[in-house]
Write a protein that binds this ligand. Structure first.
Ligand SMILES: NC(=O)c1ccc[n+]([C@@H]2O[C@H](COP(=O)([O-])OP(=O)(O)OC[C@H]3O[C@@H](n4cnc5c(N)ncnc54)[C@H](OP(=O)(O)O)[C@@H]3O)[C@@H](O)[C@H]2O)c1
Length: 293
């Protein structure tokens, strides 16, 4: 089975390329420009610009994937707020163009959305009504709707605050930011009054593998099992990696003004994934340990 994965120079998509290759699938990574990440596994790679119809058509015609997993996105909420037209182009238009191509080539479509489509009151279930608090969340919700209007049987999965191993050429996640600051003896301020369900990238990959193997459709929340604040996550990183915990200053979100509005209590419920996919994510502590092995 040929599986194309968009955004393969990005954090989650690259993890998925590695994971699915190791599971024996034929993986084709798609990114912009060169294949920049150096991980332990090699897979086929195409440079595809997802806002360009001819680039997408060329890719589908050459590769004819059985499944496309669309992970590429403009994923930084601040950048989306500063450049909403660009955000719509990369998050909504690109998803629609890919979905049209997938429809034409009879390719199954799996899309990576986010907990940011919801507002306050988390952890949210798949049945909750989206109410994005910022433009990034709005664009991902618009992309979900655009996708389902073209491919009603598509799969949408929603992760939260993704973390995991970092390979050379790959951007780090929050835990890497914490670890490198503490290693350099640099004090950091981290918020105590936002709650998330941080998700270990290989857990998402396992969930997607089961979605593929059991041919699911619909929406799945693939999040972690612990509900933690960024401060709790940072102190866990310090404890596990034996750094000086006193370098981490607890602050509230109000004292740390951010241009983009974020939910205080977000995160996602994973009961559906547990029931239908036997999804069993590991604890945050275990995930941090495995990320730094
Ligand atoms: N990170 C999180 O905590 C989190 C949480 C919930 C949901 N999500 C969702 O999960 C997915 C993966 O997130 P991530 O943090 O792993 O993303 P990421 O590291 O920012 O990677 C996104 C990738 O998409 C590529 N891309 C963007 N626009 C493109 C275009 N028009 N054509 C081709 N490639 C394009 C980028 O290419 P360049 O490298 O060239 O810029 C980048 O490699 C996203 O859909 C995001 O919305 C993320």
């Amino acid at each position: 089975m040929k599986i194309a994965i968009t955004g393969s120079n990005g954090f989650l998509a690259h993890h998925l390329c590695v994971f699915l290759s190791q599971q024996g699938f034929e993986v084709i990574g798609c990114g912009r420009g060169e294949n920049r990440v150096q991980s332990p596994v090699t897979f086929a790679y195409y440079s595809v610009e997802l806002t360009d119809v001819s680039s997408i058509q060329y890719f589908f015609d050459k590769v004819r994937p059985d499944i496309i997993i669309h992970i590429a996105a403009m994923s930084k909420p601040d950048a989306c707020m500063q450049n909403p037209d660009m955000c719509l182009l990369h998050n909504v238009t690109a998803t629609s163009l890919l979905a049209e191509a997938a429809k034409l080539y009879n390719t199954k479509f799996i899309y990576s959305s986010t907990d940011f489509i919801f507002g306050e009151g988390g952890p949210h279930s798949e049945a909750d009504t989206p109410a994005p608090l910022n433009f990034y969340g709005e664009s991902k919700w618009m992309a979900e709707q655009a996708l389902l209007s073209i491919l009603p049987d598509a799969v949408i999965f929603r992760p939260v605050f993704i973390y995991g191993k970092q390979w050379p050429g790959m951007r780090g996640s929050f835990i890497h930011w914490v670890a490198s600051a503490l290693q350099a003896n640099k004090p950091i301020k981290v918020v105590t009054d936002q709650l998330r369900t941080p998700t270990f990238a290989p857990d998402i990959c396992q969930g997607i593998t089961t979605i593929i193997r059991t041919n699911q459709s619909g929406i799945f929340h693939l999040a972690g099992k612990d509900i933690l604040s960024p401060y709790e996550m940072a102190t866990a990183v310090a404890t596990i990696l034996q750094f000086n915990i006193k370098l981490i200053e607890p602050v509230t979100a109000d004292s740390f003004p951010e241009p983009v509005k974020r939910a205080k209590k977000s995160g996602l419920q994973i009961d559906k994934a547990k029931a239908l996919l036997s999804y069993e994510p590991i604890s945050f502590a275990e995930g941090v340990r495995m990320s730094f092995i």
